[in-house]
Design a protein around this ligand. Sequence first.
Ligand SMILES: [Fe+2]
Length: 271
Amino acid sequence: MKGSLAFAGAMSHAPGIAAFRDAASKEQASSFFSACDTMRQKLMASNPDVIVVIAPDHFSNFFIDNMPASCVTLNAAYHGPVEKWLGVSELTVAGMPDLGRAILDQSYKDGIESAFSEEVMLEHSVIIPLSLLTPSYDVPIVWIMQNCQVPPLMSLERCYAFGRSIRQAIDNSGLRVAIIGSGGLSHAPGAPELQTLKPDFDRHFLSLLEKDNRHELLSIPDATLDDAGFGSWEIRLWITALGVAHERKARTLAYEAIVPWDTGCGIAIYE
Ligand SMILES: [Fe+2]
């Protein structure tokens, strides 16, 4: 049965957005949260049956003893957050394992053999976007985890191809599916060699997205990402989401380099 991509977007997921929300200046916080509000309204207006969240895991479920490149999670229900300090109350969101399984099966057909898990806990990478976009947590989700923490990481081209494969599964699902890429932009929390954000990199990345310059986007050198801080490795989630929404163009709703949140915070929709 035919399905459809009801909504697509991407955003940053800095824990400070919830944990130390008031540390940001009023101007920057207002710019970011008003963009989140716009995204929330567009997402809800799209009336999705399910939200696929493409997000990394910050050692909440996977560590270097067993680190998959990607993992399609198949929880019947998701609980979290793992981080008790996040400032978000414990919550449960329904899963949609049948869709997760369909995404997994399609990715195997397309030569991308993701790991899978039926028992992951939610952490800030998923909960920050949900808390801003579906604060009642009343839309089922499927979390697709991509390793953005410990190299080797999937290439940007591979992320895009993974997105195309996810889209094929969505198109065959009979469901109205929203997707959110969650990660980036420049940051390197705790890294002694980089204590500043790189707004020039962030704005360049967002401009490539808006210009739809896929060749340059998919060719961003690893060294450029390293220079923007290891947190910028998470632009992979934006690229995977772009692969899902491959016929659409990105529009930036807001960008703020928010030092108290330790993150270049971007938010964009693919329309
Ligand atoms: Fe992150």
